[in-house]
Ligand binder design. Sequence first.
Ligand SMILES: [Fe+2]
Length: 306
Amino acid sequence: MAITKTIRPGLIQMRVTNLEESVAFYRDVLGLDVVGKTSDGRVMFKTFDEFDHHSVVLRAAPESGFDYVAFKVTDAETLEELKAATEAFGYPVDIASDEQPGYGKRYGFTLCTGHRIELYAEVDMAENIPMLLNPDPWIDPPRGMKAQRFDHLLLYGPNIGEAVRYFTEVLGMFYPEYCNTPDGKPFAYWLTGGNKAHDIAFVEYEKPNTIHHHAFYLEDWNAIGHAADLIGKHRVKRDVGPTRHAITRGQTIYFFEPSGNRIETYAGGYAAYPDNPKRQWTVDEIGRGLFYYEGELIPSFLEVVT
Ligand SMILES: [Fe+2]
């Protein structure tokens, strides 16, 4: 197994049916900065607190949904090792052909769940990065919901047991928390490559290549309340929250951006260590695990994916 010191989700590309309205939403409500446009009209964003050239890309398309997520790995040598390990695992690997300005070579493959996953080792620094010398918390006051970083995503698809095996055995990530069905089949897994409670999560679902949400990190519970105020003010379609997850222990609110993709703003969460024992959920308690205050599942939460 390759030794990976860095493995983190650094880039997500989403499809949106209404590019103009979605761009305005990410910029003015979430508070991301527009970095620029690719030559084919996709729009790049970063948060005020990120260093990479950009972390989120929106592409105009007839249907909203997920294009791919790309994980940054330690270095170029590790990238080649992980390419070989991915092929040995059974997934054919290609070199991404679409332009992502500032990004070095990206390898990609289709996971058993139907999602495209990419790996890369090099990305340019953005023009506007957080201060490095005697740093203030920010250069200009954060705007909108004050999203600090692209934090994690939850993907729905079939055969997540194999996906978890790929992420743990090949990429060296681990799962602090999981839920199996009574007969022992994987139902929901939360995976991380660092100290965060989760970088990516999977839920078993018949239809491949669907996304439940992507999430941005906010500073604290007050920031989640502020996000809820903006949801009211801008008449955003809210899904669930503000509430707390028992799973990962984060504080959260879910809502839909104008093209219908679900977004979460998330704060808190425990620190995860690979040598800690794993937390387990049973299916009959998973509603309480997801929505600790409500104590039960909210139907739209499971039924609406893009
Ligand atoms: Fe989440």
